[in-house]
Structure formats: C-alpha cells, structure tokens
Design a protein around this ligand. Structure first.
Ligand code: NAD
Length: 474
C-alpha cells in the first residue's frame, strides 16, 4: 500500500490474491488492509492537508501535468496492467489511458481556475465567495475503468488542494496502486495521496467513520452507494455518488439504420458491457424495428470474443466468475419468462458471448436491474412519446442516447429523458474531462469533471468586508 509516501505492507501482514480474468492465473498478491491501515492512511492525509492546501496552484498544476507526461511515456505498461488485471481489450484500454492523460491535463489547468464571485449589492461592503479545499477526501473506486475512474477523483481532489485516501476495487488493486507510483514520480509531497487495498466494507466503513474524513466520493454499485451515503450522512459528512445505470438508446424511424446499429453494438458491448454507461435497453420505433433487429443481431453475433491482449478482440473476459453467473442469471430469468434470445446467451469460462434479447417485459429482472455484461434488449415502440415513457421507466438515470434526424424530436427527448447525460446521434457511452459526468435517480448524486469536480471538492464560503462601519441600532 502507499501511505505517507512509503510503500508498506498491511499492519496485519496479510495479503489477498488478484487474478487475471482471462487466464485465471494469479496476477498479483496484494496487501489486505484493515481498519488499522485506514487509520494510518487517514493520519497521513490529515497531516499533509494544511501544507497542501497552502501550496500554490501552479505547483499543483505542474505535478498533475508531470503525472500526465509520465503516463504518456509509460502507456504500454499501464495498458498491459489494464488488460491483464482488468480484462480490457486493446481498444478499450488505449481509450481509457488517453482519456486519463487528458483528464490530468484538464485537472492541471482547472487547478488554476478555482473561482469565486463578487456581489455588487451594497456599496458599503465587498461581498464575495471563496472556495476552499474540503480537507481529506476518501475516494472509493470500481474495477471496470479502474484507471480513469480513480483518476477523476484523485486528480481533481489534488487540483483543488485536498489530500486523498484512495481505496481501489479489490479486482483491480494493482492499477489503483500504480496511481501512487505515478504521483510519487511526479513528486507529489508525501501524504497528499494515500492508497490502501483490501475489503471494501471493512476499509470503507473505517474511512467514512473516521473523524478526519471531510468528504466521501464513490463510484460503484447503487447498493454500495446507498450504504456509503447512509454512513456518511450519519457522520454529517458530505458525499458524491457515481452509481449504476440502465441506459436507454432510442432509435427513431427516421434514423440512419446502419449507423444506429453500429452505435447500439458499440454502446452495448464495449468492454463486454461492463460500463456504467452501457446501453442496456434499445428502444426502436416500429417501422424500422425489424430491419434494425436483424442487422444488430448479425453484428452482435459477429463481434470477436476472446483474448483481450489480441488487437482484433472486441469482447474480452468478464471480470469474475460471480459476474458471469449474475449475467447468465439475468438472461435465463428473461428467457424462462418468455423473452426471445436473438443471439448469445452462452459462455465459455469468463467469455460471455454478446447477447441480444427481445420480448422483454417488466416481469423480468433484466427489465429493471443493471446487468453489467454484454447483454442488451430491444423494445419496439409506436412513437417518441412511448419511447420516452419506456426510457424513463427505471429507477436509474445515468446516460442515454437518441438517434434521429428530426431536430424537434431530438430536443423533446433530450429535455424529457430522466438522465444526467443525453447524447443525440450517439450511443450512451461518452465522457470528456471537462464535461459534467454523473447521473440522477438511483444513478447517484453530484457531477465529476472540470469545474464540476472543483465545485464538488471545495467548500463554498461567503466573505464580506465592510468598507465603512455598519449602522447598528445601538
Ligand atoms: P462495487 O459497488 O461492488 O464496488 C465499488 C467500490 O466500493 C470498490 O472499491 C469496493 O471495494 C467498494 N465497496 C464495496 N463495499 C463497500 C462498502 N460496504 N463500503 C464502502 N465501499 C465498499 O462496484 P463494482 O462492482 O466495483 O463496479 C461496478 C458498479 O459500478 C456498477 O454498478 C457500475 O454501474 C458502477 N459504475 C458507476 C460509474 C459511474 O460513474 N456512475 C462508473 C463505473 C461503474
């Protein structure tokens, strides 16, 4: 683990095994932290916070830019970890790394744009807002995009003058720890970033309950987020939540069908559907549903599944056996209740074939629950009004896509979709470092990226300065 600038074992001396999801072989043996390690990490972060908050923005920006440069120079090493530990195919991991470099560069620039406002209401006083670092931020991250999702939190916490304790997912601890190495090389002062590995529930509770924690940010499942939110609220700590999705892609009758088919396949099956932004539900207007379904079925069935290290592979291994079973359970449940399996529904070891269903009803789990695998369902609708009703018939609200050449209908859907992100003439997967990333309803609270991260990771303060003494009643 990385605590106070040092590489250390767990206090208990215990470790846990980290497996390569494709080969099934042991990839790494990693320190298994407990509450004592959480305490050490919080002490280091808390100890470093005042000096870091007082560090000029230009210095913070230089460190973040240096980290971007180091990542750029070591791209192949990071790509190999993301493939071997996380099962990411080549295209996915290169995309993740290039986006992470851009994120670091953007955070470097944003560290110099922590802005306040002035209010020109009363000529007798200066009235303004200041933004101050929150202090010590606890960041808890998932395994599916383990580099960029950890970096969203770490880079912006650092940019805004906070110190951080990062708890990466136990499926991808090595890439999480690599953030420590990256920032160590970038000469981030000891204690500003600390990384501890081990069971999420034990470390999570210890970190959130710690009095020195001033803000909690988690990306993970909705149920985990609910637990974290309750725990943080009990300690009156502020938090942000980036949680699951059940994202719709609406395809209207005027769409370019071939483009819509490719967009749907990309959004549904990229990284074997293990993306919070993945398209789970494809809602198609009736006049084109037959042709769309035929073409998407053929494309899904043709996607190369296999070794994520090969440049031709599009679909690599699902992260764990438990996840394979959970995906398959959704598919079996749907089929047993009358859904039609158009393609897929089979797997070999961790390789789950791209799967497409239709005739899905609300009686099936897959209608409501996030599958987090290479599985999508097609729904036929009469018009855009029915499409919107169906798209919003979910407890989630993360991302969405709309494919249409009709501007009025695009605006109607963009305004009506209950989601944090709507992409017109695109699938549901998109992220840019400077844009607000996040969801509503069961998909979370808060936004990450650019000034939205800066706002989340700073405390707003109203400051007034009387230019002359106030008139007082006595
Ligand atoms: P997860 O909720 O199982 O784990 C996420 C992190 O939380 C891990 O580090 C885990 O160790 C930790 N954790 C587990 N139990 C905890 C507890 N009781 N207290 C504190 N921390 C705990 O999620 P996952 O399986 O790693 O990731 C997949 C999920 O993440 C999916 O639901 C996906 O949609 C979601 N996700 C959301 C976004 C987004 O930006 N909205 C992005 C990626 C993934």
């Amino acid at each position: 683990m990385f605590i106070n600038g040092q590489w250390v074992e767990a206090v208990s001396g215990e470790t846990f095994d980290d497996f390569n999801p494709y080969s099934g072989e042991l990839y790494a043996r990693v320190a298994k932290g407990d509450a004592r390690d959480a305490d050490r990490a919080m002490a280091a972060a808390h100890g470093a916070r005042k000096q870091w908050a007082a560090t000029p923005a230009i210095v913070r920006a230089q460190i973040l830019s240096k980290a971007a440069g180091i990542l750029r120079e070591n791209l192949k090493e990071y790509a190999s970890i993301l493939t071997q530990e996380g099962g990411g195919a080549v295209g996915k991991v290169m995309f993740e790394i290039s986006q992470t470099i851009d994120l670091l560069d953007t955070a470097a620039a944003d560290s110099k744009r922590i802005l306040g406002e002035t209010f020109q209401n009363d000529p007798a006083k200066l009235s303004m807002t200041l933004r101050r670092p929150r202090g010590t931020v606890v960041a808890i991250t998932p395994w599916n995009f383990p580099l960029i999702l950890s970096m969203y939190k770490v880079a912006y916490a650092i940019a805004a003058g906070n110190t951080v304790v990062l708890k990466p997912a136990s499926e991808t601890p090595v890439i999480g720890l690599k953030l420590g190495e990256l920032f160590e090389k970038a000469e981030l002062p000891p204690g500003v970033l600390n990384i501890i590995t081990g069971p999420g529930n034990i470390l999570g509770d210890a970190l959130i309950d710690d009095e020195r924690c001033s803000f909690v940010t988690i990306t993970g499942e909705t149920e985990t987020g609910r637990h974290v939110a309750k725990r943080a609220a009990a300690g009156l700590k502020q938090y942000s939540l980036e949680l699951g999705g059940k994202n719709p892609l609406i395809v209207l009758a005027d769409a370019d069908i071939d483009y819509a088919v490719k967009s749907a396949a990309f959004s549904a099956y990229l990284h074997q559907g293990e993306i919070c932004l993945s398209t789970d539900r494809i809602i198609v207007e009736e006049p084109i549903v037959e042709e769309f379904t035929r073409k998407l079925t053929a494309l899904a069935a043709s996607l190369p599944v296999g070794d994520p290290g090969l440049p031709t592979t599009f679909i690599g291994p699902v992260i764990s056996e438990r996840q394979v079973q959970s995906i398959d359970f959704h598919v079996r449940d749907a089929v047993s209740k009358g859904a039609t399996l158009l393609t897929g529904g089979t797997y070999v070891n961790r390789l789950y074939n791209p799967t497409l269903l239709t005739d899905v009803t609300p009686a099936m789990r897959i209608y409501h629950e996030e599958t987090f695998g290479p599985v999508a369902s097609i729904y036929a609708v009469e018009n855009e009004i029915e499409a919107l009703r169906l798209a919003n018939d979910t407890t989630y609200g993360l991302s969405s896509g709309v494919i249409t050449s009709n501007l009025e209908k695009a605006i109607f859907l963009a305004e009506g979709l209950e989601a944090g992100m709507v992409h017109v003439n695109d699938g549901s997967i998109d992220a840019e470092a400077c844009c607000p990333f996040g969801g509503c309803k069961g998909s979370g609270q808060g936004r990450e990226g650019g000034r939205y991260s800066i706002e989340e990771l700073t405390e707003l303060k109203w400051v007034t300065i009387q230019k002359r003494k106030r008139q007082l009643p006595f």
